[in-house]
Write a protein that binds this ligand. Structure first.
Ligand code: ADP
Length: 436
């Protein structure tokens, strides 16, 4: 472009197809114009031959100017665009997280400054990255060490807990043997028709011993479960008979308190199962015992329904409902923890160790079920639990459930059979031998 006696030559600069700018070189045409006008004025004075000569010279001179302009613009553009392309390439590497290179354009202009600044920046980022990586590695190591320490502490705590449970289990066993002697001897002494005053004392000894035995049994059981020493037996049993026998244990107490004790098993549930009837009965004993203990009026109901059944397995849902004092919502959350009892004023009048429900919860979980409680205010409580039962082939045990309140089976009596029985008894404790 030629304007105001200046010829502008411009060349664009591209880096990766991006237009970064352009190099412009301006030539002043003043001298040339002056030369031309001088030439033109002298032109007319020249002859034809000289004129042609002058024109040719002018033509070549202009051509020279243009050629020099283009070459200059080309070199200048190359001088600018190459370092910019190089900078762009390094910027890209930095962007990709590659800091392992050094570069600097050996130039004294702005591009040189830019390259040195970029280099400095890459160095700093690299150092910060390294510091960050070191901190990360250190942190990881600390977490690993801490986890290791915690695992060790956990193992130690678990070992200590097992040792404690072992000790308790052994101790409880040691205490149970003489307790049997105390209770047995007291019962024998009661059979000797003692005078009334002695009878009263003996009955008190018997009652206290039984309470003590219950506490010891709870502790023994709980520590056995905690020490992972309880394995469930797999035996064929009749569900309805097991429930009936358990209920019968409480019939006297329930009658004494005037609380009807009802139970029902849903029709669809078969009789024959394979599992640990004693442990199932133990859960029921704890729940029914509590229900009667904490109920002054009303009734206690045990229900069994089918929650889910497959060809050879069934999840049974047991519930024990009472119309007793109920359980406050805040206490419900911790009721299945060991040694937990509702606030003192609530359970003070009732004896107990606070272990019964903890034992139930652990047994239920051994039976692949879960346990929970519902106690709407002022309406008593319902304890629910589920257990997974293996169905036994029904051939050996007949079905007799009718789904409504059941008649308690009669106590078996040997008195009427008139059969003589031979009994083999094995007992190593001298006192217990005598009792037996
Ligand atoms: P305990 O041997 O003390 O009865 P449990 O673990 O069986 O131990 O019960 C813990 C506590 O839970 C009881 O002391 C009582 O406060 C509360 N509880 C259990 N069952 C009932 C119930 N049916 N009604 C009201 N409170 C109950």
């Amino acid at each position: 472009q030629i304007e105001n006696e200046v010829m502008d030559v411009s060349m664009p600069i591209f880096a990766d197809k991006i237009h970064l700018g352009e190099v412009r070189v301006g030539f002043s045409l003043k001298t040339l114009n002056k030369e031309i006008s001088e030439q033109i004025s002298s032109f007319h004075e020249l002859g034809l031959e000289k004129r042609n000569e002058a024109l040719t010279m002018l033509f070549f001179l202009s051509l020279c100017f243009i050629a020099v302009g283009i070459v200059l613009a080309y070199f200048l553009a190359r001088d600018m665009s190459n370092p910019i392309l190089e900078l762009a390439h390094y910027a890209q590497r930095i962007g990709q997280g590659d800091f392992g290179f050094r570069f600097s354009l050996k130039r004294k202009d702005e591009l040189g400054l830019l390259s040195r600044t970029m280099n400095e920046m890459a160095l700093q980022i690299n150092e910060k990255n390294k510091a960050l990586l070191d901190a990360h590695t250190l942190l990881e190591k600390r977490v690993r060490d801490r986890t290791q320490e915690l695992l060790l502490a956990k193992d130690k705590a678990e070992a200590a807990n097992r040792a404690k449970s072992n000790f308790l289990a052994n101790m409880s066993h040691e205490i149970r043997t003489p307790m049997n002697g105390v209770i047995g001897m007291t019962q024998l002494a009661l059979l000797t028709t003692p005078p009334p005053e002695q009878r009263e004392y003996l009955e008190l000894i018997e009652k206290s011993s039984n309470r003590l035995l219950k506490v010891i049994n709870d502790i023994l059981d709980f520590s056995k479960i905690e020490a992972n020493k309880v394995t469930l037996v797999e035996e064929r049993f009749n569900l309805r008979d097991t429930i009936a026998t358990t209920i019968r244990e409480f019939s006297f107490k329930a009658k004494e308190k005037g609380i009807p004790l009802n139970w029902s098993v849903q029709d669809e549930i078969p009789d024959a199962f394979i599992g640990d009837a004693d442990r199932l009965s133990q859960i029921l004993i704890n729940l029914i015992g509590n229900a009667i203990k904490f109920t002054q009026a009303g009734s206690v109901t045990v229900r069994v329904t089918k929650e889910y059944a497959e060809l050879d397995e069934l999840i049974a849902h047991f519930s024990v409902t009472d119309t007793g004092i109920g359980i406050s919502p805040e206490y419900q959350a911790s009721i299945f923890e060991a040694f937990s009892q509702a606030d003192e004023s609530h359970s003070r009048p009732y004896e107990g160790t606070g272990l019964g429900l903890a034992i139930c919860a652990r047994l239920v979980s051994l039976m692949h079920g879960h346990i929970w409680v519902e106690s709407p205010e002022g309406q008593g409580s319902t304890f629910h639990f589920t257990v997974l039962l293996k169905k036994a082939p029904p051939a050996e045990l007949g079905q007799n459930g009718n789904g409504t309140q059941q008649e308690l089976p009669a106590e078996p009596s040997l008195a009427h059979t008139g059969t003589q029985l031979q009994i083999l008894l094995a007992e190593d404790n001298l006192v217990n031998q005598k009792v037996a």
